[in-house]
Design a binder for this molecule. Sequence first.
Ligand code: PMV
Length: 319
Amino acid sequence: MTKVTARAHTNIAFIKYWGKKNQKLFLPYNNSLSLTLNEFYTDTTVEESNEDVFLLNDQIQNEQELKKIQQFLNIFRDLTGNQQKIKITSINHVPTAAGLASSSSAYAALSLALNKFYQLDLDYTTLSTFARRGSGSATRSLFGGFVEWQQGDNNDNSLAVKIDDANFDIGLLICVVNKQHKKISSRKGMQHTVETSPFYKEWVQTAPVDLENIKKAIQNRDVNRIGEIAEHNAMKMHATMLAANPPFTYFEPASLLIIQAVKQLRTKGYSCYYTMDAGPNVKIIAPFSELEEIKKQLSAQFNDLEMIISKPGPDAFLL
Ligand code: PMV
């Protein structure tokens, strides 16, 4: 097999992952759960080459990025004993330069491409244990719909499981507050939080309750309850950062204005809820059928706010 291309979609966590108990193996402190998005994905091609090369959006990546990806490739090389050098060509497909975290789709697509390249024939759940070691959130991007990343306690049982196809009236509206690269990487931010935040213990203690509750809400197709739980879970995660020492936050003034507007829309009867990750963009959870109207309402308030509607996305696949 000399050239393989795979596609994986990004995901947004409704129950967040924030902190590792094992840095090398990427073992998280708590289970997380996400929705895979249809509108954002990465296509990654791997092929034989005379040296390792990594191209992202047509640009050759620097030594540091190459090193990171080589560490990931080495997991497959050690497993197969095949030391072949590889060229990786990745394209992030986002409707605009939305500045959304693409590491989830990137490492999921790369894992699937390498699975074929090395003819490993691993199922997606097993493959998720590989994707995990590129980026934690990538564990969940092999699957479409609602996906749980179970923390496990070793490399083989910290893996992704599909919970639900999300084949009901639910979607996300992505509000692009800032397209710039995040100032504090998720990797650094979560580590600092684990080490210094007195709230971290409570975060770890309460996440399993949120998870159980949201799984029930998903089963009941109760979008209001799903949104309520996701919103609270996200704000608890951000609270751990405000309590870190020194404190930090991903909120920007515009993020808070959008949050206020979402709450306002709720008082008018819209079923919308917000979540945020390691950046200032706000993601609004609502019934898919209401998103156009919610978008219209928000653009009346925020003139040049860029917004993208997405429905749930599919499993990763080979092209
Ligand atoms: O795995 P990373 O480095 O993409 O970190 C993900 C962190 C959050 O997006 C904030 C939460 C999550 O579970 O995706």
